[in-house]
Write a protein that binds this ligand. Sequence first.
Ligand SMILES: O=C1C[C@@](O)(C(=O)O)C[C@@H](O)[C@@H]1O
Length: 179
Amino acid sequence: MYKCQCGFEAEIRSKRCSKVLRISNSKPHREKVGILKTVFVLNGPNLNALGKREPGIYGGKTLAAIADDCKQAGAALGLEIDFRQSNHEGDLVDWIQEAANKAVGIVINPGAYSHTSIAIHDAIRSVAPLPVAEVHLSNIHARESFRHVSMVSSVAVGVICGFGPLGYTLALQALAARL
Ligand SMILES: O=C1C[C@@](O)(C(=O)O)C[C@@H](O)[C@@H]1O
């Protein structure tokens, strides 16, 4: 039996296997305390420079404007958006771990860490079955060969790339359809 700080107590097992799910993310718990489902939208290095960074590749929209788009899309989907960016790999690992207790899913654009980070790959595995959608503004497969491999894709439920900022909204819709 698991007990939340709010007093809600239950043992909730996954439909797919007998694994006990985290109580704070369970639907009955969320319904009881009346909280919206939260999705973490995480952004990796250099994405804070969107708007002025290589606009021919990434477009002219700032990350703040993308955050607004996500919040608007989230509101329509009944999702609360926790939007974050860091240039530091460890922050992204910490936030993925934090999402296990606070979110029903993650949208992540890991930036260049997509191509290198075993730590982010492992962090996503460690919070399974929390669904993770990987997003890239650019089509990484149509760019330099070092961008063709992502450490994240094999542990993501899906990948959206090449559609610019719209990819974030599409990822939120795809996650919402699974909840
Ligand atoms: O920083 C980025 C942005 C990116 O993730 C994208 O959104 O297209 C693609 C990466 O290869 C690059 O390092």
